[in-house]
Design a protein around this ligand. Structure first.
Ligand SMILES: Nc1ncnc2c1ncn2[C@@H]1O[C@H](COP(=O)(O)OP(=O)(O)OP(=O)(O)O)[C@@H](O)[C@H]1O
Length: 358
């Protein structure tokens, strides 16, 4: 496996002039050897472009791709020795499951005993051992995609394994199991895995480090906890979480915080950034409180939903919508009621020009 360094930009058309002409804006990025990474972002943000540049299917219009410090920008996918798993199964219907798994190893002229051992190991991990002699043609789409995953994982000598939304065709229950499986496989085999998805749950359960992308830009690279606790950009706050972070314009002067004409009591400790900012707080960290509690604002309750694990409250402060999660054991306020919501806590973040300042 290899460490991969990107220092590049990519425009599909000639002579890019503005940011909009770039599928990937200039970026520097390192994927450490044996790391499990997810590229996460909405449709069109540049995930597949980045994956295809790493694999060598696309040459970047500017800059370099290095594997272990060696410039591989001009190398073909084969020369880069990358395994890739796509959205839809890529397998040979006429072969058995075992022959399909063995194919990438045979191609590289591995010894028969090596092939047997590795195919056995991967089949065991993906729970395909009982089906090795079955012809692939008769299998379900789920089983076929599992074989594709197996074919991606089977070669121990690849530089990295790239996954492009590999669980799209998989049934939801099996999807959940396979995400866990991939995580276990990564732990056991110490592979460099890069996994593209637009699904935050998939990224958060699978990856150690997540790169959140928006419009050709990498807006944050961090652990699942980093992205949840300290979103570096308001986009990450919105995109991660269900629902995402609450944002509210605030004006801070000394320890006086004013939001929508209401003065919030200051934080008990810590120095606040000053000026016109956006306050960000996750629904999980807000608190419905009695009147006058520190850091609270009066809000009108609009909607109360029992979402199985908690009550989700939708509230309004003037034109701003705020959400809170409260435990099912608590009696929630009713729609139409005015209550108070505490917005200042150690988890409160402040943003200037959409970037985290504190
Ligand atoms: N072959 C191409 N020619 C021109 N523009 C392209 C090409 N492929 C992608 N793009 C554009 O580049 C941008 C990034 O696309 P890309 O496919 O990398 O995004 P993505 O995040 O993978 O999206 P999705 O999840 O929909 O696949 C988009 O604006 C897209 O329209």
């Amino acid at each position: 496996m290899a460490r991969i360094d990107l220092d590049l930009a990519h425009a599909y058309g000639p002579n890019p002039r503005s940011d909009d002409d770039y599928a990937l804006l200039p970026l520097r990025m390192t994927f450490e050897d044996s790391g499990a990474y997810a590229l996460l972002g909405p449709s069109g943000c540049g995930k597949t472009t980045m994956l295809n540049i790493i694999s060598g299917l696309i040459a970047p219009s500017e800059g370099t791709v290095k594997f272990d410090g060696v410039d591989r920008t001009a190398d073909t996918p084969q020369e880069r020795n990358i395994a890739q798993v796509f959205q839809f199964p890529v397998i040979y219907d006429t072969m058995t499951v075992g022959e399909n798994l063995a194919f990438p190893l045979k191609n590289r002229k591995a010894r028969p005993e090596q092939i047997r051992a590795r195919v056995g190991q991967i089949a065991e991990m993906l729970e395909l051992s009982g089906q090795l002699d079955r012809r692939a043609a008769g299998l379900s789409a789920d089983a076929k995609q599992k074989i594709s995953l197996g074919r991606g994982l089977v070669r121990p000598d690849v530089s990295a394994i790239l996954f492009d939304e590999p669980l799209t065709v998989i049934d939801p229950q099996l999807k959940w199991q396979l995400r866990r499986k991939l995580k276990e496989i990564h732990k056991e085999l110490k592979l460099t895995l890069i996994y593209v998805t637009h699904d935050q749950v998939e990224a958060l359960t699978f990856a150690e480090r997540i790169m959140v992308m928006s419009r050709g830009r990498v807006v944050q690279v961090g652990s699942p906890q980093d992205l949840f606790e300290r979103p570096a950009h308001t986009f990450v706050g919105h995109f991660i979480g269900s629902p995402g972070m609450n944002f509210l314009p605030v004006s801070i002067d000394g320890d006086a915080v004013t939001a929508a004409g209401h003065r919030l009591a200051g934080l008990a400790d810590g120095v606040l950034p000053q000026g016109e900012l956006k306050l960000g707080i996750r629904p999980e960290y807000t608190r419905v409180t009695g009147k006058g509690d520190a850091g609270s604002v009066p809000v009108v309750v609009e909607k109360v939903q029992n979402i199985g694990v908690c009550h989700l409250l939708t509230m309004r402060l003037g034109e701003h919508v705020l959400r809170a999660r409260i435990g099912l054991e608590q009696t929630p306020p009713q729609p139409g009621e005015t209550t108070h919501l505490a917005l200042l806590s150690p988890q409160t973040c402040f943003y200037r020009d959409e970037e985290l300042v504190q």
